[in-house]
Design a protein around this ligand. Structure first.
Ligand SMILES: Cc1cc2nc3c(=O)[nH]c(=O)nc-3n(C[C@H](O)[C@H](O)[C@H](O)COP(=O)(O)O)c2cc1C
Length: 344
């Protein structure tokens, strides 16, 4: 299915060796290798997710490397690895995040096949300039998630290859100063020369068409892909997403800043703990465990469920292999139809 040929889109697809300008965003702290493989096989860029920011860095990095090798060994299309760059109160990169980065660099340096299908690292939740050169040295594309135009400029000036401009309606860790996708995306496109991918609230062909109309290269999605039969998680998570109504989402303090998720017994319990005076800094492990309880055990009542505002617009559980080409085809039809609208 040919994609509307904007320069940015073809640059993105060539750089990442993908057929469709659609990225599955990272969704930790539980593995997304199955989902990533499905998206990559369908012609998009699947992303393996990092496994949280707590715990033993050596053990976590080992598990992350195993995820990478598992997806690589399947020989699917191009894929990415997401590494949030969380920092402690002194601004030092968290040991687990540093260990994930080392694991990816080593996996690409050690392998005879070079990077294999791994094409890119998507960094998020912060910014560490020296990482771009390290990734380029082993042949990886550096994609940085940004939530403001000033961060877009800074990342591009530092040699980052692609930006994901994520608006505040996004699921998971969102930016501390909320700027909506509609306002951020076109400004980010204007601010830099490199491809910009739009994320936050995208869930169907209309979102992709809008992103291309903004002059962006493509889209990245989290919540839409989480409600999929290809998800690695307990099916109750996808079913809860499909059952979401308007105003069911809430922002709660996460472990790397605010998280957007669904209201649940878990968010009520978190509010209670904070109200009782439990310091938020000691709750990181508890929060990751509560997210894992929802994703792995299907405890959608007592768990924490990161999800974007677009959950209320998602009414079906998709097969990625059907969904992705259809989304692209429908976006193409929308853009062709739109061409005639303002001419009469
Ligand atoms: C369940 C879930 C978990 C997420 N975990 C991460 C993560 O580990 N790292 C990260 O950079 N972003 C994470 N995000 C954010 C996504 O990468 C992406 O930016 C977001 O989902 C885009 O907005 P959307 O949900 O409206 O598509 C998560 C999002 C969700 C829904």
């Amino acid at each position: 299915v040919p994609v509307t040929p904007t320069q940015q889109t073809s640059t993105l697809c060539t750089l990442l060796d993908i057929s469709f300008p659609v990225i599955q965003d990272g969704m930790g702290p539980v593995s997304t290798t199955r989902l990533a493989t499905a998206v990559s096989n369908a012609g998009g860029l699947g992303t393996i997710s990092s496994l949280g920011t707590t715990g033993d860095p050596v053990a976590k990095a080992h598990m992350f490397r195993k995820e990478l090798e598992d997806v690589r060994s399947l020989g699917c299309g191009s894929f990415a690895a997401n590494i949030p760059l969380g920092r402690d109160a002194n601004g030092t990169l968290l040991p687990v995040c540093a260990a994930y980065m080392d694991a990816v660099i080593e996996a690409c340096s050690d392998s005879d096949a070079g990077t294999g299908g791994l094409k890119a690292v998507i960094t998020s939740a912060g910014w560490v300039p020296s990482i771009t050169d390290r990734l380029h040295d082993v042949g990886l594309v550096h994609i940085q998630k940004i939530g403001s135009v000033s961060h877009a400029r800074k990342a591009a000036a530092n040699g980052v290859d692609v930006l994901i401009a994520s608006g505040s309606e996004m699921g998971g860790h969102t930016h501390s100063h909320p700027i909506s996708t509609m306002v951020l995306a076109p400004q980010a496109v204007d601010a830099v020369e490199i491809p910009v991918v739009v994320s936050g609230g995208i869930y169907d062909a209309r979102g992709l068409a809008a992103a291309l109309a903004f002059g962006a290269a493509g889209v990245a999605m989290g919540t839409r892909f989480a409600a999929s039969r290809d998800s690695d998680w307990h099916p109750a998570y996808a079913e809860r997403l499909v059952g979401t109504g308007e105003r069911d989402d809430i922002i709660f303090p996460g472990y790397l800043g605010p998280i957007r998720g669904l209201k649940s017994g878990g968010t009520a319990e978190l509010a209670r703990l904070l109200h009782m005076g439990v310091r938020d800094e000691v709750l990181s492990q508890w929060k990751e465990d509560r997210i894992a309880a929802a994703m792995v055990d299907g405890d959608v009542l007592g768990g924490l469920l990161p999800a974007g505002q677009c959950a209320s617009a998602i009414h079906d559980i998709i097969d990625v292999g059907d969904f992705l080409p259809r989304m692209v085809r429908d976006a193409q039809a929308l853009l062709s139809r739109a061409q005639g609208i303002l001419t009469s």
